[in-house]
Design a protein around this ligand. Structure first.
Ligand code: ADP
Ligand code: MG
Length: 227
């Protein structure tokens, strides 16, 4: 059923994200361990308030990553609300950073100031951008630039992800979003289908332009909250 497809896509996307998240948590853990070791032997109490502040902020960082991850992993009731896409994208990028780094992909953000809120479900929208960003990173196994733009358009908000990856042959373009259409040995071909479904529930549109060997641009347009 459709619900099962959606669930299985979620698990795979989450499973792959988990590797990145684990990587992202290991760094603050290493810092924390080092400081605690110092404390253990800190007979003359040389550890300053500054050290403690670093420990606290490293703990907060782990907490943030874990709670963001849980939000994405847990299926939840769909309740539309005002969504600040700049915030949604920034939270997601914190999670994706490790995965991007591992493939040598440099994330570049170009966000308009004061982009108005849209009406939506923040976790579903995160799921969409997760799929799109993951596809872009996977299209650049030897690294490259991934440009993420957020703009105020004429009738709504525009998010554009432009990669420098392998691109998509023109004859394959119509098949994008078809369930199980994948060109990847370990792909499931559900990410775009789920994304299209979510965006159309939000009364938005996805447009994909691609040049084989040059890269791909995925554009998502969403209407403003009160239109
Ligand atoms: P999967 O990633 O599991 O293959 P998706 O539904 O996310 O499934 O994507 C379907 C197909 O669309 C991919 O296998 C790939 O061929 C193509 N595709 C999507 N995004 C990109 C991109 N940014 N660059 C190149 N090809 C892409
Ligand atoms: Mg995908």
């Amino acid at each position: 059923t459709e619900e099962m497809l959606r669930r299985s896509e979620k698990l795979t996307a989450i499973g792959q994200l988990a590797a990145g998240v684990a990587h992202e948590i290991r760094n603050p853990l290493t810092t924390l361990r080092g400081f605690i070791q110092l404390l253990q032997t800190d007979a003359d109490r040389s550890l300053s308030k500054e050290h403690i502040d670093i420990m606290l902020s490293e703990m907060d960082r782990i907490h943030f990553i874990v709670s963001e991850f849980l939000v994405l992993a847990k299926p939840q009731a769909v309740r539309f609300q005002q969504v600040d896409l700049a915030e949604t994208l920034r939270d997601l990028i914190v999670l994706m950073q490790a995965q991007a780094m591992m493939s040598g992909v440099r994330l570049e953000l170009k966000f308009d100031k004061d982009v108005p809120a849209i009406e939506g479900e923040p976790n579903q929208l995160k799921q969409v951008f997760l799929n799109i960003l993951k596809n872009a990173i996977e299209a650049m196994p030897d690294g490259g630039r991934l440009l993420i733009e957020l703009k105020t358009g004429q009738e709504g908000v525009v998010v554009r992800c432009t990669d420098e990856g392998v691109g998509i042959p023109a004859e394959e373009l119509p098949r994008l979003g078809e369930p199980f259409y994948t060109s990847k040995p370990n792909g499931n071909g559900l990410g775009l289908m789920v994304s299209q479904q979510i965006i159309s529930n939000h009364k938005g549109v996805i447009r994909i332009e691609s040049e084989p060997g040059q890269g791909t641009c995925v554009e998502i347009r969403l209407p403003l909250a009160n239109s």
